[in-house]
Design a protein around this ligand. Structure first.
Ligand code: NAD
Length: 353
């Protein structure tokens, strides 16, 4: 049994689906169901007795303690977070409350639970914290990619809150001995990605005939990883990672945002040509850049590759094709997310949440 938090979000739901596809170990999934949480992502495991969904907050200590006592997980995998940089610029409070205070409370509940486990189970217990490359700040164009020893220089309220949570996790290991692992991953893309983020936003807007907004000159560079490769990395770190260590996870796929948008347009031209002809590229519009926008992130993933033998299964070319195919095949999911209709679906499937 493992406890996953934030398992109704983009990466968390992919992780839960992958986990249940790989083996029979049950999952308790604790998610607050913010705007980003979507139980429709988990429709294919609805009724599967290996998956227990609990709506709730990682900051609700009494609830977390109850879940730990009841289900006795051998690991906690913490995905729960506020995750959207633009939203953190509009208002950072939820980011502070969930990403920092929530992680703190989860760590405290985990510590009490772990300390009370019989010795054999205590040795096997793991707290895996899922984090981001954004904690390292912005890289100069010719600087080497981020290694695990790169200084933390977060620039957005989102990345600052994630950096704080990483430090708390580290401290709970060094001070209290909690058996923690941290992963810092580059930008993910793939199925169930909420259409406020770059790739799904471009796909969805392109198909709807809407403008494709590109921040500033579009030359901000990000490193991209197909979400299922992130999931396999987390599984691998959980299985074999060295306690107290952090692992950078990335696919060696540095791309400028504008290149990503061009790739999405070109593939859509091939896979879902515009009714009126011409290219989706005609819908691109440049908009005012995000304040404090980091220019470049790049992950050096050699440690996880070398020490744990992990490598991604997808290249960017294969992953982006799969992603676009998924969005084309799942227009109803997109419509529901946009309309809030999925909340009605959840109420019908699970009762009012
Ligand atoms: P997401 O926003 O899609 O999902 C977050 C989930 O957490 C949602 O289901 C939400 O309902 C839940 N949640 C929020 N606050 C909660 C709380 N207080 N208690 C319980 N649940 C809560 O995010 P994502 O893109 O899936 O990211 C998951 C994790 O991975 C985050 O910690 C994020 O920082 C990290 N990460 C994301 C990326 C990326 O590219 N998306 C890259 C690296 C790391």
């Amino acid at each position: 049994m493992i406890l996953v938090t934030g398992g109704a979000g983009f990466i968390g739901s992919n992780f839960v689906l992958d986990w249940l596809a790989q083996g029979d170990e049950p999952v308790v999934n604790l998610d607050k169901l913010t705007y980003a949480g979507n139980l429709a992502n988990l429709a294919s495991v609805q009724g599967d007795t290996r998956h227990t969904f609990v709506q709730g907050d990682i900051g609700d200590t009494a609830l977390v303690e109850r879940l730990l006592a009841e289900h006795r997980p051998r690991a906690i995998v913490n995905f729960a977070a506020e995750s959207h940089v633009d939203r953190s610029i509009q208002g950072a409070e939820d980011f502070i409350v969930t990403n920092i205070v929530g992680t703190f409370r989860l760590l405290e509940a985990a510590r009490a639970y772990w300390a009370g486990l019989p010795e054999a189970e205590r040795g096997a217990f793991r707290f895996l914290h899922v984090s981001t490359d954004e904690v390292y700040g912005s890289l100069a164009p010719d600087a080497p990619a981020f290694t695990e020893s790169h200084v933390y220089e977060p620039n957005s309220p989102y990345s600052a809150s994630k950096a704080a949570s990483d430090h708390l996790v580290r401290a709970w290991h060094h001070t209290h001995g909690l058996p923690v692992l941290t992963t810092n991953c580059s930008n993910n893309y793939g199925p169930f990605h909420f259409p406020e983020k770059l790739i799904p936003l471009m796909i969805v807007n392109a198909l709807a005939g809407k403008p494709l907004p590109v921040y500033g000159d579009g030359q901000q560079v990000r490193d991209w990883l197909y979400v299922k490769d992130h999931c396999s990395a987390i599984r691998r770190v959980l299985e074999a990672g060295t306690l107290g260590e952090t692992y950078n996870v990335g696919g060696w796929n540095e791309k400028a945002n504008l290149n990503i948008v061009h790739t999405v347009c070109d593939l859509l031209d091939e896979m879902a040509p515009r009714a009126q002809g011409g290219s989706y590229r005609e819908q691109i519009t440049h908009v005012k850049d995000r304040p404090g926008h980091d220019r470049r992130y790049a992950i050096d993933a050699r440690k996880i590759e070398r020490d744990l033998g992990w490598k991604p299964a997808e290249t960017f070319d294969t992953g982006i094709r799969k992603t676009i195919a998924w969005y084309l095949a799942n227009e109803a999911w997109v419509r529901d997310v946009q309309s809030g209709g999925y909340r009605d679906w959840v109420a019908a499937q699970y009762g009012a949440q």
